[in-house]
Design a protein. Sequence first.
Length: 235
Amino acid sequence: MQLFRAYITITLVLCTLPWQATAMNPAEARRTMVARDIRGRGIHDLKVLAAMTSVPRHRFVPQAMQRRAYGDHPLPIGDGQTISQPYIVALMTTKLNLTGDEKVLEIGTGSGYQAAVLAHIVKTVYTIEIRANLHRKATRTLQTLKYTNIHTRHADGYFGWPQAGPFDCIMITAAVDHIPPPLKSQLKEGGRMILPQGNPFSYQNLVLVTKKSGDYFVEQIAGVLFVPMTGEALK
């Protein structure tokens, strides 16, 4: 099973970043990123390709990192967190098999980039971030970019957003060793949940969970390495 890096130390990031995108303007860099790292690696969902061509990834990273925003690698965004590499964002989004009418819950807003990609595809996105500083920054970025179909919340995502549920799809962007029961209960019949499941401090498996007739069916997708889900998930 191939290991896709969704988290990496800042030192390794700074040592391995490609430089070829730095001379491009952002729109050109996005097109290159999608052609090389998304479509070029086997993702052909036109909705996902269009969304990732549209979302200005450089606006979701610190200014010092912006010229590196379109390489296929994670980047630090502060508070010990990262923005996932573009391929992982595309892979997770594609595996939800979105049609465009869904209401999606994201656990772990981070910089807001994944929420923005989802917002270009689905009807409504609800996203929760446990870290107050990241929540504030992501909310401000999303508002500045005029995403009106994204609702943000500062809370422990383990408990979901019951007032807004149930959800067609749920995406967890931090590692957890089990599927949080509150999130399972907020998933619609026939709904899909994608998450990195396994040891939060080691490698995990990216899994797709589908709810059918009250049961939950799990499909293994790939080996990954995400930062751990905190709060209630670690108790």
